[in-house]
Design a protein around this ligand. Sequence first.
Ligand SMILES: [Fe+2]
Length: 247
Amino acid sequence: MFGLFKKKSTSATTPLADYGFVSVDLHSHVLPGIDDGAQTVEDSAVLIREMMDMGIKKIIATPHVMADYYRNNAQTINAALATLRQHLTSEGIDVEIEAAAEHYFDEFFMNLIDTDALMLINNKYVLFEMSFASKPHNVLPTVNKLTEKELIPIMAHPERYPYFTVQEAEQLRSWGCRMQINTISLTGYYGKGVKESAEAFIDAGLVDFISSDMHHPRHAEALRNALKMPYLAKLRDSGALQNSSLL
Ligand SMILES: [Fe+2]
């Protein structure tokens, strides 16, 4: 009876229409055949069409560069980019696409830093990921080394490292490291803990970029679902996102 007059909950947010407010996706595995993402140009085109349909204007492909698994370099990455661009043109798919890399935090990465051989986003950003199991001991000195070279490090998906805290993210940001969360983390795609961690980074105002980390069509489906997540609207409304500065 009393419930009849109860005020309707206002916690539900209207789903966002698309990712027009993001414009640029700076972390994806859409280059064909050089990592665990798209394997063929046809796979790439499926993912790219999905991203365009969701309002993404520019895609920066960031294949894995890892000593143990994917020893990609400028040659392999640029060759895959050229092949993909040719295919997109032949299919009439008109999208701005560039390539950089997702550098794994290992000895190979240190070597690339020392030899100025990193694959950069917009000539200054360095996207890097870390082990999901244990924290590397030299993150802060490495961030310092990069900023001394006038580069801007971006940590990929901090919410996916179980050992990585809001306090550590705050400290690294104060030293010039930027944070990129995976948009689909907000849906629970990687589990509840990752979702809560992504929300905690948003609540703390520590998120500079969001991206798809697109590997396959299941990620595209999750990306579409993420548009319904209230935390995405919160992040958009915060005005903190820097994605569109990469246009
Ligand atoms: Fe990735």
